[in-house]
Write a protein of this length. Sequence first.
Lengths: 406, 220
Amino acid sequence: MTRVIRIIKESFRMVRNNRLRGFIIILGIAIGVSSLTMTVCVSSGVYKKVMDTVNKQGPDLIQIRPGTDKFSGPAAGSREAVSLTEEDFEAIRQHVGNINAISPVKDRKEIAVKYGDMNTVTRIFGITPIWGPLRDFNASRGSFISEEDISSSARVCLIGQIVKKNLFGDKDPIGQAIQIMDVSFIVKGELESKGVGAEGRDRDDRIIIPITTYTMRLFRDTPLTQIVIKVEDTDKLYKTVDDIYSVLREQHKIASGEPDDFAIRTPQDLIDLAYGTSRSLIKVLTLIAGITLLVAGIVIMNIMLASVSARKSEIGIRRALGARKNDILSQFMIECLLLSLMGGIVGAILGYYGSIIISKMDVAASDLTPLALGAAIVSCCLIAVIFGIYPARKAANQNPVDILRG
Amino acid sequence: MIKIKDIEKTYNKTSVETRVLRGVTFSIQRGEYVAIMGASGSGKSTLMNIIGCLDRPTKGQYELDDINVLQQDDDALSALRNRKFGFVFQQFFLLERTTALDNVLLPLIYTNKYPADAIQHARKLLINVGLEDRMEYYANELSGGEQQRVAIARSLINNPDVILADEPTGNLDSGSAAEIVEIFGRLHKEGRTIIVVTHDRDVAGHAQRILELKDGQIKR
C-alpha cells in the first residue's frame, strides 16, 4: 500500500467522520451542477431540434416571398402580394449564379376540396417537378408531377396525408377524381408525411398540382407566392442572397434607400425561428448555472475553512506523527474532491430530471448528451480545486507547535 | 545519540522578546531514561519540541545519530519525527471518532515502508498496554488513562529510537499515572531511549538521570 493510497483511504475515513460538513458541500455542489447539467441538456436539445428543422427544410435553401414577412407572406389581395412575378423568376434564373435548382411556387390556403360526399379545406400548391427534390417532398405512393403534366397543364394532383385521411379515410385514393373548386383532378400520388414545419404549419395538410394547371384552371393571372432556390455551394449562400436582392430591386425599380417589397428567407432565419424563446431561456439558465456554481464554490471554501479551524488539533497530531505539509494538503484536497464528486453525481442526476421536466412542460427541448455528464464532472472537480486549494493550503501551513500548544 | 549544543530559543511574538532557552547543552546516549524537569515557564516544553523536531531553535546545534537536524528541510523533519520518535503528550492527542486501533496505526500512514503485519503489530502493542478489550472503542469513549495508553502504543508502532513524553501523567489520576510510569520503566528495560518532560518529582524519580531546567538553562 503506497503512501498516496493510505492518504486517500484516510480522506475517505475523514469524509465519513464529518457527515454534516459533507452534506452541506454535497448540497451546494449538487445545486450548482444540476443547473449546469440542465443548461447543457436544454442547450443541446434545442440545438438538435433547430438543426433537425434546418436540415429538414434544407441548409442550402433560399425562399423568396412577396411582401416583407419572411415566413408567412402578405395577406392575399394586398398590394404587396402582387410583387413577385414570373418575370422576376426568369430574371433570377438568368442573372444569379450558384443556383442548383429553382422553382416558382403559387399557393393559396383555405381551398374547398371534395371527393364524393367528403369535404375538406386545404392549401393548394402549384409547383414544377424540380420542387419535389428541392424541398425533399416525394411521392410515397404513385408518381410525382412530371414535365408532361406541366406542358399539358394536366389536371392531376398529389395529396398530403391529412388530406387523404379527411377525404378517403382508409380507401386507396390513387386514380380517384377529386374536385378542387369544382374542377376535377385525378389523384396520381400521395405525398410522404412531413409533420409540422418550423412555422408551425402542418406540412401534410396540402395538395400539389402542376403550376401551369394552377394558373390556367384555378386562378388566372395570379402572381407567384414563392420562389424556392437550392444553391450549389452553401459557402456562397449569402453572396447569392445579395445577388438576388440586387436583381429583384432592379426588377421592381426600387430606389436605393427605399425598403424591399419582397423578403428572402435563408437557413439562418430558420435557425432564428426555430430557436424562438429557447435562446433567452438558455441565457437565463446559463446565468443561473454560473451563479449557483459560484455560490457552491463559496460554500465549499467557507465550510472547508471552518473545517480547518475545527480540525486544528487533528492537523497538529498528524504533523507531529510524521505527515508532511503535502500529505495534509493532499488529504484536504482529496476530501474536498470526493465530496464535490458526490455532489456532482447528485447534481447530474437532478439536472437530468430537471431538464426532462423542462421538455415535458414544452418549454424547450432537452437532450442528455455525454457532454452534460462531462460538464458536470469537470465543473465539480474544477470548483473543488479552485475553492478547495486555499483552505487546504491553510491547513498544510499550520505550524504544528502552535496547534499542539493549543 | 542526541547531542544538543548551545541551544537558544527566542520568541518575538509580542513586542517583548522572550528568551526561553539561553544556551542549553547536553547529550543523551542510546538506551538512557532521562527526565527533564523544571517549573512551568522554564522552557522544558520548548526544549522537548526542539528535540522532537517539531520546532527549530533560534541558535545552536543539534545532532541526532550524526544527522545535522537543523539543516534539514520541513519534509525531512517530518520523516525524522515519523521514524525516530514516538510522542506521548499531556493531552493525549488522539483522533476522535477513530478507534484505538486506527489511532495506533496513524503514524504508519506517513511511513515510507508500510509493514505487511501492521494490524497484528498494532493489536500486540495495545495488548501490551492492557487494552485488548478496547481496540475497537473510539478514542473519545476511553478514560484518560486508557487514552494515554493508546498514545503510548501509538508511539511504539514505528519502532522508534526515542520515546518523547511531555507531561504524560499531567492529566491523569495517581492510579493511572502509576500505570503509565510502570509502562515507561518496562519499555526502558526493553532497551528504548526515553525522555520524559515533567514537573512531578515522583515521575522523574524513575529516570536514570534528571536534567533540571531553570531560567532557560540546565542547572547542574
